[in-house]
Design a protein around this ligand. Sequence first.
Ligand SMILES: [Zn+2]
Length: 166
Amino acid sequence: MKFIEKGSEVPEFTRWKAQANENWQPDWDNLAGEPKLNIHRALLMEQGYICCYCNQRIDETNSHIEHLMPRKSYKNRELEYNNILASCQKNLKRKEPRHCGVLKDNWYDPMLMVSPLDKDCENRFRFIEDGSILPASEIVSLQNKNSSGYFTPFCQILIQILKFYI
Ligand SMILES: [Zn+2]
């Protein structure tokens, strides 16, 4: 995971939202076509064409727009530019393992989430010579383990993904 510094909102996103009137309100489900494609492209450029979670190389054909805070629980944030990122995986092939934004889906815990928007996110993991990936410190370890002592699902997912690509 690499820190992503969000820039200004893509002008096309701002213009699309500004079309709101008494007969039409912007809603993520209404966003399609050229405006959505341009937003997607802007996110890819902002991130240097890497997945927001696993750093895999991505482009518009193999990635999707991911809501960091999921739309299901944070509907009021679905149109915030600072809540959208580009994540790998678009149209899953049969039996293709889900990961990153697709696997994260509606999960979000502000206390446990390791966010690529946190400047410190790159320091949250430790890379060991034998290929192991561990939490960077005991503090992180405690933050990312649940009461049973297991890593939270998303932390575990990230560790598995990072192992896969190293
Ligand atoms: Zn990914």
